[in-house]
Design a protein around this ligand. Structure first.
Ligand SMILES: O=C(O)C(=O)C[C@H](O)[C@H](O)CO
Ligand SMILES: [Mg+2]
Length: 403
């Protein structure tokens, strides 16, 4: 199974995606997602300049060897660009292996641990009432879990709130970074009211999640975690920046609100202390940014030893290729928690035909050999890349803050 070709398809059906296609001499091919939101062409350069030429002539079946060739061999280890590039190769190779074996990817990983994969959707609104309307829409559509994000009085624009209700939230919304202004005190004084309103309207059974997006200090996160305990959230996500993993130890001392972190992680080492000290409950590192199936499987196995469950990142800025492969992984992994799901646009779904399907608040994995996602290269050509940047965030006094 010799690799005869490997190339990238950069397309932008509503937003930018980078897809890697690896072709073997037998004609069997695999695809991987190489999308790093706001840094897409950095990954393109890394792959085209330093990775793809080294793949030609290699045996596609040697996934582990190629993974270490690209990780250990790179010398400059880890980092989002490197690990996204490795991930794209890895997922494409797993896709090939499953196709050659004639089985869906989840079978190759170890078979089904569940028949369906619970997801959470995004309910956002400019204010609490608008957010509650969105929660109601998601409940009507069958969601059992909903992430709630609402505007905060006195803050002009806030992370995670779609420009128009019902539309997916898209953070990379300008050519160069837009500047947002943030107030922790206004946010902390307001957000518990959002959860009180959700519980009041929808009762206790709905799983409610919330994303703080790295903006608090540990003691502020401890305060928030404690204040929202009566609303028993499914998780509080990214409550502080996680470079200092010990920060979560301080938060943990103060609250039983479950903690999730890791969408910006790109290797096991970003999460090792968090997991081994049981400072978190869910690890969000996903296939595209954390080195692919080969590496994320190791993260999930370590997490499983410490009662930590997976909760893959799954916004619209990860392509259907990532989502498709993630659903196979979610179907297999013993310590599954939940899968994030922001529906892609119909234009995106046309470019990336797939066999997974959403039903009653869950994904049902497809049965086609491989991860079940493909790319329509002709259609992809109709959507040229256009730079789009994530915003930056400042405090009201102008301090450049976490985003
Ligand atoms: O989906 C989430 O939980 C996010 O935090 C979305 C991120 O802002 C987005 O993926 C950044 O590109
Ligand atoms: Mg997040």
């Amino acid at each position: 199974m010799i690799i005869s070709d490997a190339y990238l398809i950069v397309t932008s059906p509503g937003r930018n995606f980078v897809t890697l296609k690896i072709v073997t001499e037998s004609g069997v091919y695999g695809i991987g997602d190489a999308t790093l939101n706001g840094r897409e062409l950095s990954v393109v350069a890394y792959l085209e300049e330093h990775v793809l030429p080294t793949l030609i002539g290699r045996d596609a079946s040697r996934i582990e060897d190629i993974w270490h060739y690209l990780y250990r061999g790179a010398y400059w280890r880890r980092g989002p660009v490197t690990m996204t590039a490795i991930a794209a190769v890895d997922v494409a190779l797993w896709d090939i292996k499953a196709k050659v074996a004639g089985m869906p990817l989840y079978q190759l990983l170890g078979g089904k641990s569940r028949d369906r994969v619970m997801v959470y959707g995004h309910a956002t609104g400019r204010d609490i009432e608008a957010c509650l309307e969105e929660v109601a829409r998601h409940v009507d559509e069958g969601y059992k879990a909903v992430r709630v994000q609402a505007g905060v009085p006195g803050i002009a624009s806030i992370y995670g709130v779609a420009k128009k209700e019902g539309e997916p939230y898209e953070p990379a919304d300008s050519d160069l970074p837009a500047e947002h202004v943030w107030s922790t005190s206004k946010y902390l004084n307001h957000v518990p009211k959002l959860f009180a309103a959700v519980r009041e309207r929808f009762g206790d059974d709905l799983h409610v999640l919330h994303d703080v997006h790295h903006r608090l200090t540990p003691i502020e996160a401890a305060r928030l975690g404690k204040e929202v305990e009566p609303y028993h959230l499914f998780w509080l996500e990214d409550c502080v920046p996680a470079e200092n993993q010990e920060a979560f130890g301080l938060i943990r001392q103060h609250t039983t609100t479950p903690l999730a972190v890791g969408e910006v992680f790109n290797s096991l080492y970003d999460a090792k202390a968090l997991i081994e000290n049981q400072w978190i409950d869910y690890i969000r590192a996903t296939l595209t940014h954390a080195g692919g199936i080969t590496h994320v499987r190791r993260i999930a196995d370590l997490a499983g030893l410490y009662h930590v469950r997976t909760g893959f990142h799954g916004p619209t800025d990860l392509s259907p290729v990532c989502l498709g492969a993630a659903i196979h992984f979610d179907t297999w992994v013993p310590n599954f928690g939940i899968q994030e799901y922001m529906p892609h646009t119909s234009a995106t779904d046309e470019v990336f035909p797939h066999d997974y399907r959403f039903e009653d608040g869950h994904f049902i994995v497809g049965e086609k050999p491989g991860h079940g996602v493909d790319i329509d290269e002709q259609l992809a050509k109709q959507y040229p890349y256009k730079r789009a940047s994530l915003p930056v965030n400042r405090l009201e006094d102008g301090t450049l803050w976490h985003w």
